[in-house]
Design a protein around this ligand. Structure first.
Ligand code: BTN
Length: 261
């Protein structure tokens, strides 16, 4: 399958955030597929304005520029596709079967192993999406305070894992999944695949929290645009497009402003 991606990788020892650099590159015309990777980030960014702890060589920190040929209402599927690609790459490179928590956290043994931050912007050459992926490679990637809720590949596999191997697999799996998303029936296929690879898709009791709301319910699959359907105790179906989802009964630390969990 043709990938359609440029193979340009911009490497940095230290950077503020690979997402910020990818945004800067996209603004000056970077083509689809440009990848920005850094050994450490001084201002690693997570979802919901959190920080992403990014010490040197402890994680894989990278971002890809995409210029999707998709209707805007399907762009929320991009982080879901990216989560599937991470899950594929972890299976291929480490034999690790990961879970996906809505929308795009990658979990191993119920603990967070990888986070994805998708951002969009307008550029002179059209709208672009930046997909930023952070994978905890070593134990040092996970701050002490988050260790009960977050993990690393080192901890899961019992030895250190080569980040370059994962990056190579990931660039392939992202390109493949992204190509499928943009083909006929790709959105429906992506939703089916996401549901097949996430224990959170159906019948999971969760708490949904956002700035202005918090409620519990049971998951009932995804809408066509990737939003999560949650049935509350009174039988009403709520459609979640933003916020945090946590499994009820699992130990959580939702008050944290760090996102490696
Ligand atoms: C999350 O909150 O779960 C998303 C975390 C995303 C972290 C990655 S690391 C590479 C890229 N650059 C950033 O500043 N953030 C993303």
């Amino acid at each position: 399958m043709p990938t359609g991606f440029s193979s340009t990788i911009l490497r940095f020892d230290t950077i503020d955030s690979t997402n910020l650099e990818a945004i800067r590159q996209a603004r000056v015309g970077a083509p689809e597929g440009l990848c920005v990777i850094a050994r450490e980030q001084s201002v690693g960014r997570g979802r919901l304005d959190r920080t992403w702890h990014s010490p040197k060589d402890a994680g894989l920190y990278f971002s890809i520029v995409l210029r999707p040929k998709l209707p805007m209402n399907l762009w929320p599927l991009l982080p879901l596709v990216s989560a599937l690609a991470v899950s594929d790459a972890l299976m291929k490179s480490c034999g690790l079967r990961a879970d996906i928590k809505w929308p795009n956290d990658i979990l191993a043994n119920e603990r967070k192993l990888c986070g994805i931050l998708a951002e969009t912007l307008e550029t002179a050459s059209g709208a672009a999406a930046i997909i930023g992926i952070g994978i905890n490679l070593t134990k040092a990637a996970v701050p002490e305070a988050l260790r009960s809720n977050a993990t690393s590949l080192e901890e899961m596999m019992g030895h250190q894992i080569d980040g370059e191997r994962i990056l190579t697999e990931l660039l392939e799996t992202i390109a493949e999944r992204y190509q499928v998303l943009q083909s006929e029936g790709g959105a429906e296929h992506t939703i089916r695949e996401w549901c097949g690879n996430s224990s959170y898709a159906f019948d999971r009791v969760v708490r949904v929290s956002s700035d202005h709301d918090s409620f519990e319910g049971r998951t009932r699959g995804l809408q066509g645009d990737g939003a999560l359907r949650v049935e509350t105790g009174d039988g009403k179906l709520r459609v979640v497009r933003a916020g945090d989802v946590t499994a009820v009964r699992a130990t959580t630390n939702s008050a944290s402003s760090e996102s490696n969990l």
